[in-house]
Design a protein around this ligand. Structure first.
Ligand code: 5AD
Ligand code: SF4
Length: 467
């Protein structure tokens, strides 16, 4: 190992927020390991604790502050360097440097290459009894970390970030300010990474980007990239998140509808079902455009499951406008939905132009109404699978019982079965006969694996382990 700047210091990384943050933590792990740092799961033994943060909603933000106050206690007991990475570092640099003496270093999402240096400076200063704040928060138009191989933990799914940043400037959203302008990686680096991942035994790849379907590199668009990744030998399933409804050309819809390795699931954030609110949000589509896209998807392949993101209680949203969103959920009948209460974020267009005037109790009532509606629809949707046999990619033990195993259907729905049904390993594809359904889970009898998984399970993996 390269002793480097790290000289075997132990670093603990805690990740908050989205999948892109999980991926970024894998990049950070790789960047630090190659400089001689040891990345540890044990926070009590760490010399350095890094928090990779999310600023997208108020509650993510609050969670990080709560966590910082825990670290304050820890820091009193021993020498410790505390760093804030990611979107909060970018967005709240003044607040975090001036008001939070606890924080020793800040690195925004485009500055991770500087981390080894920032950490060693902070450690040196601390050893000399000084307190310096090491800061790297410049946004880049080019940084894609294309040459860094993320240090992935073993599992079934590997993420690949294909683009970073966002140029959409939805009025409620802080991402364009924290993650900067849109930029895409070249296709060859992505395909090489997919091939390497397949060689390491990952069965599923999820292509990531803040606005993933606006991917473009030369004459490669997202549809071409998605198909090329799906053709990489050894990759069984390809997913992608998060797309924007404005970027679904026919070639992309056809790829999702027909390619056997591209999963039959599209996350299609609607945010609202009302045109005036969609306009204020700067979403660039109308309710009619959105519904037409949903119809196109369902007419091409009705088995494609749709999920969405909704914001309730956006600035000036009336009861009638909220009802339009309620009716959108009834009309589309998503398989599931993430429903958020609007929270104003510093610096966004909405924070500058509109008043956050919906009382908290009204926002909560609207969120509750949508959550209850969606729960009923999710149960009905999941009950449509009763009696069907679905191919399920095994992930590991079920969360609630290690006597049960879990995996995901092609449509990304959690499936659970008793391990006594068979000795399948994470990464196997198992045929599951569905006999019961809740809003979030399908219950199944696992009846057969693929040829490959059957051959493998004869020699190994009699116990399914958590992946
Ligand atoms: N308030 C509430 N929800 C938000 N989201 C993004 N910004 C906000 C905000 N200010 C939600 C959107 C987005 C998801 C990732 O987070 O629904 O699609
Ligand atoms: Fe935010 Fe809109 Fe970009 Fe999504 S598309 S990251 S909601 S600005």
């Amino acid at each position: 190992m390269n002793p480097g700047a790290g000289a075997c210091r132990q670093v603990h990384i805690e990740t908050f927020g989205c999948q892109m943050n999980e991926y970024d933590s894998e990049l950070v792990r790789a960047l630090l390991t190659r400089e001689g740092y040891i990345v540890t799961e044990d926070r009590e033994r760490a010399d350095v604790i890094l928090m990779n943060t999310c600023a997208i909603r108020e509650n993510a933000h609050t969670k990080v502050y709560t966590h910082l106050s825990d670290l304050k206690v820890l820091k009193k007991t021993r020498p410790l360097v505390v760093g804030v990475l990611g979107c909060m570092a970018q967005n709240l640099k003044e607040e975090l440097t001036k008001q939070e003496p606890l924080v020793d270093l800040l690195a925004g999402p485009d500055s991770y290459r500087q981390l080894p240096l920032l950490i060693s400076r902070a450690i040196d200063a601390q050893e000399q009894g000084q307190h310096v704040k090491a800061l790297a928060v410049d946004l880049s138009e080019y940084e894609t970390y294309d040459d860094i191989v993320p240090a992935r933990l073993p599992g079934v799914n590997a993420w690949i970030a294909v683009m970073r940043g966002c140029d959409n400037f939805c009025s409620f959203c802080v991402v364009p300010y924290t993650r900067g302008r849109e930029r895409s990686r070249g296709p060859q680096g992505i395909l090489d990474e997919a091939a390497r991942i397949a060689g390491e035994g990952f069965k599923q790849v999820t292509l990531l980007g803040q606005n993933v379907n606006s991917y473009r590199s030369g004459d490669w668009d997202f549809a071409r990239l998605l198909i090329a990744v799906a053709e990489v030998p050894g990759i069984e399933r390809v997913r992608f998140t998060s797309p924007h409804p404005k970027d679904f050309p026919p070639a992309l819809l056809e790829a999702v509808a027909w390619h056997p390795k591209i999963c039959k699931h599209i996350h299609l954030p609607a945010q609202s079902g009302n045109d005036r609110i969609l306009g204020m949000m700067n979403r660039t589509y109308t309710r009619r455009d959105y519904s037409a896209l949903v119809d196109r998807i369902h007419s091409m392949n009705p088995s494609i499951a749709l999920t969405t993101d909704i914001i309730a209680g956006f600035c000036s949203e009336t009861e009638d406008e909220f009802d339009d969103t309620y009716r959108l959920l009834e009309e589309v009948r998503y398989h599931s939905a993430f429903i958020f209460l609007y929270s104003e974020r510093t610096n966004t267009i909405a924070a500058r132009k509109f008043t956050d005037d919906i009382p908290p109790e009204v926002k909560s009532r609207r969120v509750t109404a949508l959550v209850e509606l969606q729960r009923r629809i999710s149960i009905e949707r999941n009950r449509e699978y009763l009696g069907q046999t679905l191919p399920v990619l095994v992930e590991g033990d079920a969360k609630k019982s290690d006597l049960q195993a879990m995996g995901k259907s092609d449509a990304n729905i959690t499936v659970i079965w008793n391990k006594t049904d068979g000795p399948w390993c994470p990464g196997d594809v198992v045929a599951c006969s569905i006999y019961d359904a809740s809003a979030s889970t399908l219950y199944a009898k696992a009846i057969a694996g693929t040829e490959d998984s059957r051959a493998k399970s004869e020699h190994s993996c009699t116990n399914i382990v958590q992946s």
